[in-house]
Write a protein that binds this ligand. Structure first.
Ligand code: 2BA
Length: 113
């Protein structure tokens, strides 16, 4: 069993989730925030059998687009004494998806005896 952890943009969530569910995958959606831009994103937890990992990764790749995001408040725009230092907005290319595939040592759907 593998756990796919996919950090994706909110704009891609609806389409990706419905494709995954249509294909029989199970997924959990968590609200998350990127450490760098501090923008909302979404983390999907997808528990899959090893032989279905490649197909899940393909669906993620097809569904998640790269986008250019303009950061209007670059991270270093506040000076050492709290003063505002003018910096031009910075563009970042975000996505398609940041994906980790982790070995799930154990998977129990029901912990009752
Ligand atoms: P953020 O950390 O908010 O990063 C958003 C985008 O900012 C990144 O897009 C990248 O283009 C840029 N960026 C991030 N850190 C940077 C840095 N130190 N210097 C310059 N530019 C930087 P993505 O790479 O597509 O990442 C999208 C989101 O995926 C990230 O949001 C974060 O939430 C997650 N992520 C990416 N790599 C990760 C990792 N190694 N571990 C955990 N989460 C990760």
């Amino acid at each position: 069993m593998r756990l796919i952890l996919a950090i994706i943009q909110e704009a891609d969530v609806k389409s990706l989730l419905s494709k995954l569910i249509d294909k029989g995958y199970k997924a959990t959606k968590l609200a998350s925030t990127g450490g760098f831009l501090k923008a909302h994103n979404t983390t999907l937890l997808i528990g899959v059998e090893e032989e279905k990992v490649e197909s899940a990764l393909r669906i993620i790749k097809e569904s998640c687009r790269k986008r250019t995001i303009l950061d209007p408040m670059p991270p270093y725009s506040i000076g050492a004494h709290g003063e505002y230092i003018h910096m031009d907005p910075v563009e970042y290319v975000v996505g398609g998806a940041t994906v980790f595939v982790i070995d799930a040592v154990d998977y129990s759907k029901d912990m009752e005896e």
